[in-house]
Design a protein around this ligand. Structure first.
Ligand code: PRX
Length: 635
């Protein structure tokens, strides 16, 4: 059998060339030899990026859980699939073998069936980072139900919006979730959300924190009791290649989040291929991705990519600062982690406490480090390299998105020469291009522009659930026939790519994607708020922070009180991750004559870049600019 693993830079060059010259052949070969299919495909790829419509492996039948679980049983059934590390280090970690995970998934899949879930139904999963979350996701996939995982830090309003948008009929949750020294009341939040979700007829509740909760008769059932009613024999549903596997929400430039739809075959093929090649996973390696399964990173690189590879993947319930800021390094030492994948914001947050918290922990098992979610600054990169990798571990800076399903631009560990702050080179099958603001392709090698992808890849999102027009408008209309990422990007003389940040109304705060419109909508809910404009500004730890400019109705108002109420509103309507760092009240917001708020000016004020404001004389109200600027300096 051909070895599809890239093992040298020459291999990479060759694979890349092959994947561009004949993408269908390239993916046909890899997919055929590396997965089990219930039926092979009739056609590798069919697409029209104007519609846009993309279909990979049409005609094929498969079940992703057979690839993630069943196929490992005969030879590696006793190998550890998941090492689960609890929030509290005094609680015992769990090592779950492939055989055990298979049994747990099948049993819970039967629970879902018993509770009326059928192929194609949407299942909302709002859970802490416990083993059962991974089981729930895989159990949905087992029976062909579509999982929609909602990050357990989101508010009840965000949860109900997501449940209703994708018309989920069942919710999986827990009595509560441990996060550091806090308990998140997940069931209470769910109850509040469900008041406005008439479609949900069943809630399955896992006991985790033993928090006192209300169980609604006829609707709510206990997870452990349901398990007692079923066995662990559950055949894998036969899925079409293009059947939906999951929906995952991400912020957009309107207030409404977008339910990105990923499908079975292409997603499986590319999440596996990218996992194996980027991290250079070798049998027996212990791999740890610190993300939450509520985000795409957790879907692709805690669950699907690693399990389909037969890897051992660590799942951590807690946070990096509990019980103290050496927790990550304790875990690396405890489980002898070989590959460690985290977010720049975590690295920056931990670096500020100094190397004392790293010293004293044996990190000698580490051989590869990764980052994801936002640009990594040079200082954080060097800290990671020196204090964690001890200058012997390659760092893979992986650029990708919820929409792309898998890593698109990244070094391959130990193979691609790395360059701090550069994601480096595209993976095989990925064709990045830079476009100028007029919409033309930039042909020079060394250039800066808007990052687009010119050709389909297997794990690209197929649509936005229930709104294909929005999918087209958001991703395929700015640059005809190309997927527009929303990111700005620079290319150097060696063809390395460096992501410079979003060029649209999305802010990346601590690696989380937030829409400015979504935050503005929340702020505007306050009865005393007339208008608001939210922009980002650089922050040492979080990468970006949120700055809200707000105008109020009326004059005789206690501003401190309103500030606190606004913060609470944002927490209630979105979640704590969306709270503005600075709220500045202004008498007016700078506007064009047609009434559009000039966010560009506010961004400059927030970033303290006021020397070069540009021409403001054409504004409707140029006088407010100086006033806002003076007040900002006082902040
Ligand atoms: O701006 C880019 C940034 O995160 C965005 C995607 O966010 P999300 O869909 O939440 O997925 C995050 C995890 C894959 C991108 O448009 N981003 C992600 N990775 C990087 C990055 N920016 C720079 N460097 C990265 N490695």
């Amino acid at each position: 059998m051909k070895d599809y693993r890239i093992r040298s830079i020459d291999d990479y060059m060759q694979s890349y060339q092959e994947s561009i010259q004949d993408p269908e052949q390239f993916w046909d070969d890899y997919a055929r030899e590396n997965f089990i299919w219930k039926k092979s495909w009739d056609k590798v790829l069919e697409f029209d990026l104007l519609k846009p419509e993309v279909k990979w492996f049409q005609g094929a039948k498969l079940n992703i859980t057979e690839n993630c679980l069943d196929r490992h049983l005969s030879q590696n059934g006793d190998r550890t699939a998941i090492i689960w590390e609890p929030n509290d280090p005094k609680e015992v970690a769990k090592h779950v073998s492939y055989k055990e995970l298979h049994s747990m998934v099948c049993q819970f899949a039967n629970v879902l069936k018993e509770n009326g879930v059928k192929k194609g139904d949407r299942v909302c999963v709002y859970m802490p980072m416990v083993l059962e979350l991974a089981v729930a996701v895989l159990a949905c996939a087992r029976i062909g139900a579509v999982h929609s995982v909602v990050f357990a830090g989101f508010s009840s309003k965000s949860l109900s919006d997501r449940i209703n948008d994708s018309d989920c009929k069942i919710l999986l949750t827990a009595d509560g979730g441990f996060r550091g020294s806090k308990v998140t009341p997940l069931k209470e939040i769910s109850d509040e959300a469900l008041e406005s979700c008439p479609g949900v007829h069943r809630v399955i509740v896992l006991k985790r924190t033993e928090s006192p909760i209300q169980m609604k008769v006829g609707r709510d059932v206990w997870w452990h009791k349901e398990l007692m009613k079923v066995d662990d024999d559950c055949p894998a549903a036969s899925m079409d290649a293009e059947d939906m596997l999951f929906i995952l929400y991400t912020s957009g430039s309107t207030g409404k989040p977008k339910g990105m739809v990923h499908t079975c075959a292409g997603y499986m093929v590319y999440s596996t291929y990218s996992f194996q090649n980027v991290f250079q996973y070798e049998e027996q390696d212990v791999y740890w991705c610190t993300a939450d399964i509520g985000w795409i990173t957790g879907h692709s690189y805690i669950i699907y990519g690693p399990l389909s590879t037969g890897a051992t993947t660590v799942m951590f319930e807690g946070i990096p600062s509990y019980p103290d800021v050496s927790r990550f390094w304790q875990i690396v030492e405890k489980h002898k982690v070989n590959i460690f994948y985290t977010a720049p914001t975590a690295i920056r947050a931990l670096a500020q406490y100094g190397p004392e918290f790293v010293q004293g922990h044996d990190l000698s098992s580490l051989k590869t480090l990764g980052t994801v979610g936002e640009p990594i600054n040079e200082e954080a990169w060097h800290w990671y390299d020196e204090h964690i990798g001890k200058k012997k571990c390659p760092i893979v800076d992986t650029w990708w998105q919820t929409e792309t399903g898998g890593i698109m631009i990244s070094a391959l560990a130990g193979i691609t020469p790395t360059k701090p702050t550069f994601a480096t080179l595209p993976l095989p099958g990925i064709q990045p291009v830079l476009m100028d603001e007029k919409g033309d392709l930039i042909s020079e090698l060394v250039a800066e522009g808007r990052l687009c992808i010119a050709y389909p890849w297997p794990s690209m999102a197929r649509t936005i659930y229930g709104d294909h027009q929005r999918f087209k408008d958001t991703y395929f209309s700015s640059f005809t026939g190309k997927y527009f990422t929303g990111d700005g990007c620079r290319r150097d003389e060696e063809g390395n790519y460096r992501i410079t940040g979003r060029v649209d109304d999305i802010l990346i705060v601590s690696g989380h994607n937030l829409g400015t419109a979504e935050i503005e909508n929340a702020i505007n809910e306050h009865t005393h708020v007339a208008e608001s404009a939210v922009v980002g500004y650089p922050h040492d730890i979080k990468g970006n922070s949120i700055y809200a400019f707000v105008t109020l109705k009326g004059t005789d108002i206690n501003q401190e009180l309103i500030k606190n109420e606004i913060l609470q509103l944002v927490c209630d309507l979105i979640g704590p991750i969306a709270k503005p760092e600075i709220i500045q009240f202004c008498s007016g917001l700078p506007k064009t004559r047609s009434g559009k708020i000039m966010r560009r000016i506010l961004r400059k004020i927030a970033c303290r870049e006021t020397e070069n404001m540009g021409d403001i004389s054409t504004l409707l109200n140029p006088e407010v600019v100086q006033e806002i600027q003076d007040q900002a300096l006082a902040h």
